[in-house]
Write a protein that binds this ligand. Structure first.
Ligand code: ATP
Ligand code: MG
Length: 396
């Protein structure tokens, strides 16, 4: 029989209509994330989801993918039996034989989601635990066992010896859409990932100094956006915006506030693109004090260039924590590859405490609003990021 997984999500705070939407979205996201591995059956039940994997799909890959899908609290490869003590015992012994050695301790832990089932969970624990002990000669330890054999009773019984932690968070798409300001650095891919984990669908915007469609399409930024999306395999858009008109306008001004002016310029342009995509917030990889443009004063000046909320999931994180997450989501190696970001140009002697009046003076000199218009009208390349297979989902 094909491998089956039981999937549990954190239900706290989920009620009524919200909950149905959450579950449906999670079912659909799981189907999409696994779609290229074969024909999976993903079904929603009252408080859990079941995934039946086709024989050809490699277990390690399935589990790796499930562990990166937002909204899953934990999942487990499971044996399914009818609600019948003899069948449950047989399945428990089968599991125990492969997982419990005589020098180990174990416990059986039953939860009864279906109160129609006539035997109390503690009685199931005791009866089946006794049989397992007879077979394995292992010791029972109720508080700190080496292994917990779980039995979950719903419309059927689900037995498993190993539970795998999920990513947590909320199903992608359940929290609306956001626009991530995406640079070539380490931070912004981590910021985008964290917002996806909280259920936001993410589009990306990057300001570059590349030339021609070829260079743009081959830029590492495209690969990085793909990498951030890859656990989900959901389509998204990346707006590649040339910062060349801005650089030309700034060329004759040797300004110490240039970094702040640039960041306000990209906020203005990102704001317009976000509204075009009905995105409800902008995301940045800013973290307090990390670089000159990220003093509280400058963060504030930059934020004033847009009315959209700016979400900064990394604001209180240390660089080392961010790097460790970047490694986990496999963007770190791409981030450290050399890349000429427009920011690097005018950061020679940046003011850590820019004054609004100096910033406004420069913005007037370059006619920033017209510059944003011109840039968006003539210097944007929209890249659609898609993953090859169409999603194949079986919904209940
Ligand atoms: P990162 O590692 O994400 O590049 P950083 O530490 O280099 O961040 P900054 O260069 O000050 O810090 O950028 C702060 C944030 O501003 C980035 O995380 C990103 O959200 C946004 N940003 C900076 N440069 C660009 C760019 N060229 N295109 C789009 N967004 C950018
Ligand atoms: Mg950067």
């Amino acid at each position: 029989m094909a491998n089956q997984y039981i999937i549990h999500y954190a239900e706290l705070g989920l009620k009524g209509h919200n909950r149905i939407n959450f579950e449906r979205r999670l079912v659909s996201n799981i189907g999409t994330a696994l779609s290229d591995l074969g024909d999976f059956k993903v079904r929603r039940f009252h408080s859990y989801i079941m995934v039946a994997a086709p024989d050809e799909a490699p277990t390690s890959e399935i589990e790796h993918r499930l562990s990166r899908i937002p909204g899953i609290a934990y999942f487990a490869p499971t044996t399914v039996t009818p609600l019948d003590m003899a069948a449950m015992t047989e399945a428990a012994l089968d599991l125990a034989k492969d997982t419990i050695a005589p020098d180990m301790s174990f416990r059986v832990r039953t939860t009864r989601g279906n109160k129609q089932f006539p035997i109390k969970s503690t009685d199931v624990d005791r009866q089946i635990g006794g049989e397992v002990q007879d077979l394995t000669l292992a010791r029972v330890d109720l508080s700190n066992p080496d292994l917990t054999l779980s039995i979950q009773i719903y419309d059927k019984a689900y037995l498993f010896a190993q539970r795998i932690r999920g990513l947590g968070g909320l199903p992608l798409g359940s929290s609306g859409r956001v626009m991530a300001l995406f640079s070539g650095g380490i931070d912004s891919p981590v910021a985008a990932h964290l917002m996806m984990k909280r259920g936001c669908a993410v589009d990306f915007v990057h300001f570059h100094l590349l030339r021609g469609p070829e260079q743009i399409r081959n830029a590492k930024i495209v690969t990085m956006a793909r990498q951030v999306l890859s656990p989900h395999r959901t389509p998204s858009r990346l707006y590649m915006v040339s910062a060349a008109p801005f650089e030309v306008a700034m060329a004759l001004l040797d300004s110490r506030v240039a970094t702040v002016v640039f960041r306000r310029f990209i906020m203005r342009a990102a704001d317009k693109l976000a509204r075009h995509r009905r995105a409800q917030a902008l995301i940045t990889g800013e973290s307090v004090g990390q670089v000159a443009s990220q003093t509280l004063k400058n963060i504030n000046l930059i934020a004033q260039a847009t009315d959209l909320p700016i979400l900064r999931p990394l604001i209180a994180m240390d660089k080392l924590e961010i790097i460790s997450l970047a490694k986990k989501i496999e963007t770190y190696e791409l981030s450290i590859q050399p890349y000429k970001d427009p920011c690097s140009l005018h950061a020679r002697r940046p003011a850590t405490w820019a004054q609004l009046k100096d910033v406004l003076a420069v913005e007037e000199a370059i006619d920033v609003d017209a510059l944003v218009e011109e840039t968006l009208a003539n210097h944007v390349e929209e890249i659609r990021i898609v993953f090859d297979e169409a999603p194949r989902v079986f919904r209940q």
